[in-house]
Design a protein around this ligand. Sequence first.
Ligand SMILES: [Mn+2]
Length: 475
Amino acid sequence: MSEIEKKPIKITETVLRDAHQSLIATRMPTEFMLPIVDKMDKVGYHSVECWGGATFDASLRFLKEDPWDRLRKLRDGFKNTKLQMLFRGQNILGYRPYADDVVDYFVQKSISNGIDIIRIFDCLNDLRNLQEAVNATNKFKAQEGRGEAQVALAYTLGDAYTLEYWTSMAKKIEEMGADSICIKDMAGLLVPYKAAELIKAMKEVTKLPIQLHTHYTSGVASMTYLKAVEAGVDVIDTAMSPFAMGTSQPATEVMVETFKGTPYDTGLDQNLLAEIADYFRPYRDECLANGLLNPKVMGVDIKTLLYQVPGGMLSNMVSQLKEQNAEDRYYDVLKEIPKVRKDLGEPPLVTPSSQIVGTQAVFNVLLGERYKMATKETKAVLRGEYGQTVKPMSQEVIDKVIPGEERITCRYADLLDNEMDKLEGEMKEWKQQDEDVLSYALFPQVATDFFKYRQAQQEKVDMTQADTKNGAYPV
Ligand SMILES: [Mn+2]
């Protein structure tokens, strides 16, 4: 490459979202994040991923924090850096499909509270489940002067997932009005030479920037980035070293050093990165000491490559088998997983399809007869409610599990009535800000518990002040 062909690789920093979601169950609190924001803002990252995914649920449920308040505080601190979130298409950040008015309003509030880039994915890669979120982003972009829609394809392996599949998806994503494409390899299945092939093929069919997101689970991630960068990828996702590797992303400092002095030089300052790493390192030690960070997730899990199953799905499966005193059936279930996946149209294995396939495989093995019992979610997948799968589903399984039932081929959300008014009606006694309705929409019970907690905290403060002269401090 000559001087003219310089192509600095851009970096999305994940330490405030995926890195702690993948390593310490999403437990990093806002108050720990804020003191380092000013330094992170000076790095020159392409973006900082800091919201969405499991952070919303974990904030309300475990940290007793308002996720919207976290976003506003991060926005205040990051004056020069784009903020990025992860968004599950029609499921938003929750676990059921929502009507379009909720998707719209969530996108609007995410952008108006500070998000720049919304990474949107669907567990079946059914683009119809992403269109509303993309449209909403484009609509509010004009209004808020901020907002980019990035469509993420869940990367997976299987007969249906050929280069032709990925390139035709890339073309469709460009047509649907997205600003960029992400290849989201949640399980670390994308190996280096395959990554080069994939990126090269996609670059040939689309002008949209391509971002690669992977996890170190199977041990190949930094090599995969190297080959992807050489093949033309534009942005890679990395995490500051104290929260890198294992089930998280490759380390930011390592990737920066790798490309130093090459046409791909990121230009990021290693001294500044070192200061930031110094801030996160004692917290990592603390998490190791209190057990939040299990050294087990820091190694190479080669089973991920052998069985093509995400690490998190394997650990779920082990705990389900333990509960049933059936740990000896581990390998039977492992063999059953690809069969169930095939029956259900060979979907990628990512939340929630990973849980659906995994749980059904456990049932099939433990009950001694395949589909003797099917979960509610398996039935919904077979009815077409989650969307269209890349391959047809097994007719035999359809006939056994949902005999005579109607199956849908339309976009499921087309069947849903608007629901914002109803949701607001249900929770209005707790509403202190417009965003509270959305917290409630996603996690009705958890949000209500949080609202009660918030109110108790507020009342405690007021009562303490009111009663100071009597010396009474009711709690
Ligand atoms: Mn991820």
